[in-house]
Each structure stands twice: as structure tokens, then as C-alpha cells.
Ligand binder design. Structure first.
Ligand SMILES: Cc1ncc(COP(=O)(O)O)c(C=O)c1O
Length: 464
């Protein structure tokens, strides 16, 4: 049984065969999986034919929605021409070259080389290995620690999950590994002190980072990694001046600045790059997700010339650059990356996102006074509604009550999908969403919010 209904055949087959990521495994048979059949535009249809507005672009990635004919054609064409090849041992192929050229052209800082991976986690894992390789090349074998942040999300491989600053990715997994440090999360609503202004908050965080570097010894710290706007940690937008305050401290100590643009990149925040939206100036960059609009898995690391030259010198000493993935630079993924960027440029996606932003902000602002809502926040077309038990004190609900996940379930009933990050509900609709569709997504969200209020009141979940 799933929610009182017998499981359908496809649900039962799913449960019998799949180990689901990020899922309460003990409850799945009870809740039943939601098995999707097909998608078109911003809509997904489950195997029963029910339609859902996909308000999260899947996992913050399907920026062009579903069933884009140009993307399908680009994949078909590449499949026919060359379905697979690789870049090992100096081999090459046109789509990988073309996409790297494109990325160099649109990058927010001067970039010399592109290293391909299959995912965002692999990109961030690669970033760490490259930072180590770089410091070995420069004869600094002690300079190896990486500073990440509380609430960061950088993926799930052993190192990427260690960089991630969320307890659920560490507890039970023997992580984080050593050489990883976590500094403060720049979320003023949650982490500011009583009466502390944003300016004071930023100054305190910068001081805390400086203290950490001095305590650990700058000669032991290789890199600092940050999402310009944090995604899975709760869509956290740093106060203005945050990166301007911390970057000089990092540069003073020759610490590489890694931008994880895996969610932020390719127009999502109303600029090509999240870095541009928050005034971050990275040394190297990780990309994935909207790189191909999720029509194929692909990630990449972008590095500048001086950093690349150190790899060249070190590979000369060691005989080779000993790193690479079988599917890194997969020609179908790269052809889709080239096509996605061409579409973003031709349809002027950055302007389009900016055009929708006032509606997105207005609809978020409309729910701000709801008794369940503590904070709303957004940048471009990524945003969040944080629910609290007590608006005045910002007290959160007991996580065991699953208020956020209940809202997401109610919302499915109303035909829309958003992601519950604890009790924070994230919004990241396909960037091609129309204004009417965006309004419809929020209409359905408001119904789910009302259902959640009824559920909270009925069960007395506000009690301490
Ligand atoms: C900012 C960020 N970095 C890295 C990752 C990991 O990407 P992947 O799931 O492709 O490994 C994610 C995934 O959500 C992400 O949001």
C-alpha cells in the first residue's frame, strides 16, 4: 500500500529493484515512489498520466525543460557521427573542443583550459586533486587543506561529500575526511547575532575565516570553495560585500578560490554566472547541470593559464597528468553542451530570467506574511521559502515532524514539484517557464501551504 492506495505494478517493480538516493528507505514502501513517464516543457507526467509543474528543474538542472526538439536533434546527430570517444593520451574530438572554446568565451574570469568530468561531484573532487597537484608542482607539499562552509553542497563522492557542510552527508558515512575545514555559513537570517547588521555580520565572518587560516597556518591551506549562492543548503544568498570581504584574506595567503557554479551557472541567477551576481572572483570554476540543461550528464573544471602551467611543469617531472574519467568529455554530452549554450544565447536566457524575476519575487513576497513563513529569498530564478514554528523567534519545527516534506507531498497532490530542504522549500523552475506557468506554480504552492498550515495546527506541531 502507498498512502492508502495499492501499489501500481510499476511502483512495485521500482521498490523491488532500486536503491533510491536521498530517500528515507524505511518509508518508501509506505509512501510509494512517484514514477514519471514523460515530460514536455515545464510539465512532467507520471505513469498514471497526472501532470506536474516541475518547479525544481529536476535537480536544479533541466533549465530548458523537457522535450526540446533542438536538443534531441543535437543528441541524435552526435550519436550518429561519433557516439563515444575520449580525451586520454592526447586524443580529441570536435564537440569537446567546441564546448571548451565556448566555455572559455563565456567564463566570468580568464580561463585557459577545460577539464571534463561526468558530474558536479567529480568536478569538485577534481578541483581538490588539482589543488594538491598544483601545490606539489610549486614545491609546497604542506599546502593541502581545503576550506568549505557550513551548509555548503558540493556533491557526494568521498571528497565532495566532505566539502559538503550538511550533517546528513557526514553522519553514518565516516565523513568528512581530514584536510577539510568548514567556515561559517553566510546566512544572516539564521546565523546573525541579536541586532547584528549585515555589515557587522560580514565583518565577523571575515574575521572568523582569517582566524581559522591563522590558526591552521596559511602554509597548510590550498583552497577555499564556495557556491556563489548556496543551493541544497537552503538557497542562501550571501549579504552584499561578503565575497569582497573574504577574497583579499584568501589572496593574501595564496589560497585558490574555487567557485562551484554547478547550480548557479548559465543564467540561473539573472547573470551568466552566480559569481557575477554576488561579486565573487574565482580562480577556478566547477560547472555541470545546466551545462547540458541535463539532457546528458557532463561536468567540467575551468582553470586559468598560470595554474595550468604548473600542471604542465609537474607532468613533465612525473611523466604524465594522471587523472581522467572514461566519460569526461563524452561527445554526446559535449554536443548537448554546445547546443544548450547556443540556445541560451539565441533565446537570450539571461534577459528572459531577468524579465521573470519581478513576478518570482512578487509571488514569494506574497507568502511572506503567512504564519508558517520565516524568510523568503531569491536571486534570478532560484529561491526559497523557509518555514518556521515561530515567526518572531525564528524557532524551527522539530525535524522529526517533517513539515517541509509534508508540504512537498501536499504539493504533489496539487500537481507541482518543489524540493523540501528540511523545512525550506526550494524553487528552481526551468528557465523557459512562462509567466503564466510561474504564477500557476505559485498558486499550487499556496494551496500546499494552506494544507501544511492545517496539518501543523491539527497536530499541534508548533508546541515546543
Ligand atoms: C553546488 C553543487 N555542486 C555539486 C553538486 C554535485 O553534482 P552531481 O550531483 O552532478 O554530482 C551539486 C548537486 O546538486 C550541487 O548543487
Amino acid at each position: 500500500m502507498a498512502n492508502g492506495h495499492p501499489l501500481t505494478n510499476v511502483q512495485q517493480r521500482d521498490i523491488n529493484a532500486i536503491l533510491h538516493p536521498y530517500t528515507p528507505l524505511h518509508k518508501l514502501a509506505e509512501t510509494g515512489p512517484l514514477v514519471m513517464g514523460h515530460g514536455k516543457g515545464v510539465y512532467l507526467y507520471d505513469t498514471q498520466g497526472k501532470a506536474y509543474i516541475e518547479g525544481m528543474s529536476g535537480l536544479w538542472c533541466a533549465g530548458l525543460g523537457f522535450g526540446d526538439e533542438e536538443m534531441i536533434e543535437a543528441a541524435n546527430e552526435q550519436m550518429r557521427t561519433l557516439p563515444y570517444y575520449h580525451l586520454f593520451g592526447g586524443k580529441g574530438m570536435e564537440p569537446a573542443i567546441e564546448l571548451a572554446e565556448k566555455l572559455k568565451e563565456i567564463a566570468p574570469v580568464p580561463i585557459s583550459k577545460v577539464f571534463y568530468t561526468s558530474s558536479g561531484s567529480e568536478a569538485n573532487d577534481t578541483q581538490v586533486k588539482l589543488a594538491w597537484y598544483y601545490n606539489n608542482a610549486l614545491g609546497r607539499p604542506e599546502k593541502k587543506k581545503i576550506i568549505s562552509r557550513v551548509k555548503a553542497y558540493h556533491g557526494v563522492t568521498v571528497m565532495a561529500a566532505s566539502l559538503t557542510g550538511l550533517p546528513g552527508n557526514h553522519k553514518g558515512w565516516d565523513l568528512p575526511v581530514d584536510r577539510v575545514l568548514h567556515t561559517d555559513c553566510p546566512h544572516h537570517y539564521r546565523f546573525s547575532l541579536e541586532g547584528e547588521s549585515e555589515v557587522e555580520f560580514v565583518a565577523r565572518l571575515a574575521k572568523s575565516l582569517k582566524d581559522m587560516i591563522e590558526r591552521e597556518g596559511p602554509e597548510t591551506i590550498a583552497a577555499f570553495i564556495a557556491e556563489p549562492i548556496m543551493g541544497a543548503g537552503g538557497v542562501i544568498i550571501p549579504p552584499s560585500g561578503y565575497f569582497a570581504a573574504i577574497e583579499p584574506i584568501l589572496r593574501e595567503h595564496d589560497i585558490l578560490i574555487i567557485a562551484d557554479e554547478v547550480i548557479n551557472g548559465f543564467g540561473r541567477t539573472g547573470n551568466w554566472w552566480g559569481s557575477q551576481s554576488v561579486g565573487m572572483t574565482p580562480t577556478t570554476i566547477s560547472v555541470a547541470k545546466q551545462l547540458t540543461a541535463a539532457y546528458a550528464p557532463l561536468g567540467a573544471v575551468l582553470v586559468p593559464e598560470d595554474v595550468y602551467q604548473a600542471y604542465v611543469d609537474h607532468s613533465a617531472q612525473l611523466g604524465s597528468f594522471g587523472h581522467g574519467f572514461t566519460y569526461g568529455g563524452h561527445p554526446v554530452g559535449c554536443a548537448l553542451g554546445v547546443k544548450a549554450i547556443e540556445i541560451y544565447q539565441r533565446r537570450n536566457i539571461v534577459e528572459y530570467v531577468r524579465g521573470l524575476t519581478p513576478t518570482f519575487e512578487a509571488r514569494l513576497a506574497k507568502v511572506k506574511d503567512h504564519p508558517l513563513v520565516g524568510e523568503v529569498r531569491s536571486c534570478g530564478l532560484v529561491g526559497a521559502v523557509e518555514m518556521v514554528a515561530d515567526k518572531a523567534t525564528k524557532r524551527s519545527f522539530d525535524p522529526a515532524h517533517g513539515v517541509g516534506s509534508n508540504l512537498a507531498k501536499f504539493l504533489e497532490g496539487h500537481g507541482a514539484i518543489l524540493r523540501a530542504l528540511g523545512d525550506t522549500i526550494a524553487f528552481c523552475p526551468p528557465m523557459i517557464i512562462t509567466e503564466d506557468e510561474l504564477n500557476e506554480l505559485f498558486n499550487r504552492f499556496e494551496l500546499a501551504l494552506a494544507d501544511t498550515e492545517a496539518f501543523v495546527s491539527k497536530n499541534g506541531l508548533r508546541a515546543q
